[in-house]
Design a protein around this ligand. Structure first.
Ligand code: NAP
Ligand code: MG
Length: 404
């Protein structure tokens, strides 16, 4: 069989620990035999981030800006224990944070669904994709413990030094708490564009919700910016595709999401997204079956798995023990990136390979062959057979070869 040719390279961001092991196995078993894989390789593994003083992370994000599509392996975000373990000269920042800041993107997380593993919410028969606005709000707030009686005010001074407004927040008669939050129009605009862009890409409805009835300036600004951008830049394309932009109050959204059958994107403000993404991913079954893609407002894409480097399994692997780590989300990061590359470059063979690769992985699980994390969730007819990661990938390969 002739290998599929690529024209533009994918930006390949290698990572750490168990997922780094899976990364190589996925390439060896499922990609390199079938594709003349063209990548521009960046080693985001912690040792090389240390060696380059984290420049490699910045370079990989710049390359994503240049080429448009990246695929990323999970990486360690150092904490004090990691600084010790890897003898780091600094506690380097989260690579995902650095890349997101450079691309100004929004993260979309979606579950991979298989028959035999059903979501806790029985009527969810299509995936729900969550988009979290990862900027500002409570995550960048300033807060105080108020020690006792006194007046709290909200003051804004413009850049010329002129006080524009001053308002009493509360006249405290006793101790309490106080918090100041902000967000920026430019960040909300980018968030809105990424969401509309991704809805068009995936041909799904977009839902958005805030508490604008209570928060008449703060949350209302989110609502207004989304509506203006939608009407001006995206409505025509949505109409053409027959998809919808739907705005409602956050409490109404929560109720509707639970009653829905899924199949849409749910855009969330920062805090809502933090909380709801954990609820939705748990209800769909497993973090190991959750994909994640960073989409920039100007249409650059970085695909990855939603889970981390699976450290506990890696320590077993280092001791020579067999591990059954689930490679599906990492595999879907590759297929997502290859499909997007194929779409952008007009290489139908690459798009169709990505489809077949995903289907082979789903069919393998649906036939009862899976990694051990899924065995406990399995409700299928055939008894589940828990296998190690490499045997699981080989089973996918056998199925894939039948369809090529
Ligand atoms: P994790 O790597 O997601 O793993 C947490 C636990 O979830 C695992 O111990 C395992 O449970 C289960 N799990 C996750 N993915 C799995 C898979 N593919 N197959 C089977 N089981 C899976 O989270 P963590 O242990 O909190 O973090 C480890 C490292 O990853 C940290 O250094 C963190 O900084 C990094 N991290 C990176 C990213 C990213 O790059 N996007 C995201 C999150 C965390 P059992 O042990 O019970 O089997
Ligand atoms: Mg959370």
């Amino acid at each position: 069989m002739e290998k599929i040719q690529m024209t533009t390279p994918l930006v390949e961001m290698d990572g750490d620990e168990m997922t780094r092991v899976l990364w190589q196995q996925i390439k060896d078993e499922l990609l390199l035999p079938f594709i003349d894989l063209k990548t521009e390789y960046y080693d985001l593994g912690l040792p090389y981030r240390e060696e380059t003083k984290d420049q490699v992370t910045i370079d990989s994000a710049e390359a994503t800006k240049k080429y448009g599509v990246a695929v990323k392996c999970a990486t360690i975000t150092p904490n004090a224990q990691r600084v010790e373990e890897y003898k780091l000269s600094q506690m380097w920042k989260s690579p995902n944070g650095t890349i997101r800041a450079i691309l100004d993107g929004t993260v979309f997380r979606a579950p991979i669904m298989v028959k035999g593993i059903s979501p806790v919410v029985k009527n969810w028969n299509k995936p729900i994709t969550i988009a979290r606005h990862a900027y500002g709000d409570v995550y960048k707030s300033t807060e105080y413990r108020v020690p006792g009686p006194g007046k709290a005010e909200l003051v804004f001074t413009d850049e010329s030094g002129k006080e524009q407004f001053r308002q009493t927040i509360y006249d405290f008669e006793c101790g309490g708490v106080l918090q100041g939050q902000y967000n920026k129009d430019s960040s909300i605009v980018s968030f809105a564009r990424s969401c509309f862009q991704y809805a068009i890409d995936t041909r799904q409805d977009l839902w958005f919700a805030t508490k604008d009835t209570i928060s008449k300036k703060y949350d209302h600004t989110f609502k207004d910016i989304f509506q203006e951008i939608f009407d001006r830049e995206y409505k025509a394309r949505f109409d053409e595709l027959g998809i919808e932009y739907f705005y409602t109050l956050i409490d109404d959204a929560v109720a509707r999401v639970v009653r829905s059958e899924g199949g849409f994107i749910w855009a969330c403000k920062n805090y809502d997204g933090d909380v709801m993404s954990d609820m939705v991913s748990t209800a769909f079954g497993s973090l190991a079956m959750m994909t994640s893609v960073l989409v920039s407002p100007d249409g650059k894409y970085e695909y990855e798995a939603a889970h981390g480097t699976v450290t506990r399994h890696y320590y077993k692997y280092l001791k020579g023990e067999e591990t059954s780590t689930n490679p599906v989300a990492t595999l879907f990061a590759w297929s997502g990136a290859l499909r997007k590359r194929g779409e952008l470059d007009g290489i139908q063979a690459l798009v169709s390979f990505a489809d077949k690769l995903e289907q082979a992985a789903i069919d393998t699980i649906e036939s009862g062959v899976m990694t051990k994390d899924l065995v406990g969730l399995w409700e299928g007819e055939t008894p589940a057979k828990g296998v190690n990661s490499l045997d699981f990938l080989k089973a996918i390969r056998t199925r894939l070869e039948e369809t090529l």
